[in-house]
Design a protein around this ligand. Structure first.
Ligand code: MN
Length: 492
């Protein structure tokens, strides 16, 4: 049991409360075809254009397992450091819903394909928390009811019917909205690294059911409410904050929490009761007689394990040990695969910290400001590397480099060309620098006289010289000559 953190507690009228959170995330398997049919899964098609007879539950149609989806689930399980079950079973979960033509969902109940695992979440202040994964099972998605197309009729779109989902169930190990959000972010990062789900919450590829309960510190778990299908990380935070506060108010008023399913209304910013929570036995689960148990061999699992990419936690550890990066920079860089690869291309054969400063600093800022991604960036890793080389070999100063970078970002020219064409080469010619220093001193005799007693004035002189040379003078050289000419000892 984790000791509650003071910062995570919520103050009620009668004292502090602890929030306990567990998440069930539905992640759409990245696959061109559905779990039990060959119909397309492409997003955004006209309604009912991607529906096979199996997906429409026509009588006599038989499901055929799509092994690619099974492999994707196993790959995800391995990425979550989880137990892979070589034998799992598909069950029918029976319930009626207009967008569920079968009258049941094919899911896994007693024997899921993936068992216990763990996700380490990264929190501000270099804090990390391990969240237990209880299971991952494969199941079909349902269709979609459309209520906004006609004033008096509802329609059903079965394009999603039968699409493969991985339901990833966490342990109730999270204690704040911030932790739950970090969990979803980290899970999404892992899924994207693995290529098993695109993680696109806008398109419904990733959605979370959030289980919320509150309790007094050290007390037993309280009764939970499940907030269904929250489809953005921001809404997850808002829904939790609202729901925890609601439960605390009910309990402090002497009421009880009834276990139920609730919906989050983003416009009103509140959760609302949807239905009383059904229990597993309400669904009358039984093994689907149309499907054999799913049997994997250890060799198949090993082959998938051998093909896994380096995952974010391992990459972060390597960035810290091999490149000497701060945990913060490493975390930022490994949040997606593309920036991590970009960084490594820039850092190759160069000062890794200088490369990290440029990538996480000016480069990321410019991408965000101009609305680009790594893929569409006008500045390639190679070009940014060349810019860094120009700083390191003394061709330009760090300050000029920032200007050159902005020009590169604007028109895609390479840095050496910009430096040549615009005459930005750093002045290291001693006589030229000395001449500008003499001019500045001659123009400011009073300040020059004071400088012996007020060494801080040297900084002002450096600024003036840089101004007269348009920032092209080598600042280190300027500083050395100035100190000598002003009669300030460089040790001071
Ligand atoms: Mn489910």
């Amino acid at each position: 049991m984790r000791e509650p953190r003071k910062e995570d507690l919520i103050e009620g009228a009668t004292g502090p409360w602890e929030i306990v959170l567990g998440l069930e995330v539905h992640a759409q398997v990245a696959s061109k075809a559905k779990l039990f049919s060959g119909a397309s899964t492409e997003f955004g098609a006209e309604p009912n254009t991607q529906v096979s007879f199996v997906d429409a539950a026509m009588p006599g149609m038989l499901p055929v397992i799509n092994w690619y989806c099974v492999e994707q689930a196993v790959r995800t399980g391995l990425g979550l450091k989880a137990q892979i079950n070589l034998r799992s079973v598909f069950d029918r979960k029976n319930y009626f819903y207009p967008d569920l033509p079968q009258g049941y969902q094919i899911s896994q109940f007693k024997y899921p394909v993936v068992g216990e695992g763990v996700i380490v979440i990264d929190l501000p202040g270099q804090r990390s928390v391990s969240v237990g994964i209880e299971r991952l099972h494969l199941e079909q998605d349902a269709g979609k009811s459309l209520h906004d197309q006609d004033p008096s009729n509802s329609f059903v779109d079965l394009n999603r019917s039968g699409v493969a989902l991985m339901e990833i169930v966490s342990r109730p190990d999270m204690r704040s909205a911030e932790e739950a959000q970090a969990y979803v972010r980290k899970l999404r990062t892992i899924l994207r690294y693995l290529g098993t789900c695109d993680g696109n919450m806008d398109e419904g590829s990733l959605r979370a059911d959030v289980n919320v309960s509150v309790r007094r510190i050290g007390a037993e778990l309280g009764t939970r409410c499940e907030i269904k299908n929250v489809n953005s990380i921001r809404f997850i935070g808002q829904a939790i904050e609202y729901e925890a506060r609601r439960q605390i108010d009910v309990l402090e008023d002497g009421g009880v929490i009834t276990q139920e399913t609730r919906l989050f209304d983003p416009r009103a910013g509140e959760t609302r009761s949807m239905r009383s929570k059904e229990e597993a036995h309400d669904y009358r689960y039984f093994p689907d007689p149309d499907l054999l148990p799913l049997v994997l061999t250890q060799n198949q699992v090993d082959a998938i394990a051998a093909s896994l990419p380096e995952l974010p936690d391992e990459k972060k550890a390597r960035f810290i040990s091999a490149y000497g990066l701060s945990p913060y920079d490493a975390t930022v860089l490994v949040a997606e695969r593309a920036p991590a690869d970009f960084y490594e291309a820039v850092a190759k054969g160069r000062d890794p910290k200088l490369a990290a400063n440029w990538v996480t600093g000016d480069f990321f800022a410019a991408l965000a400001r101009e609305g680009f991604t790594i893929e569409t960036s006008p500045v390639s890793a190679e070009a940014l590397g060349q810019l860094i080389d120009l700083i390191v070999d003394g061709t330009i100063s760090g300050r000029i480099a920032k200007q050159v970078f902005e020009k590169m970002f604007k028109d895609g020219r390479d840095p050496a060309k910009i430096v040549e064409e615009e005459g930005l080469r750093q002045v290291t010619d001693l006589s030229a620098i000395e001449a500008s220093i003499d001019a500045v001193i001659a123009a400011n005799p009073d300040k020059a006289a004071q400088a012996k007693d007020k060494p801080n004035l040297a900084g002002w002189f450096v600024g003036q010289v840089m101004k007269t040379t348009s920032g092209k003078a080598n600042p280190q050289v300027v500083n050395e000559i100035l100190l000598r000419k002003l009669g300030i000892s460089s040790a001071g």
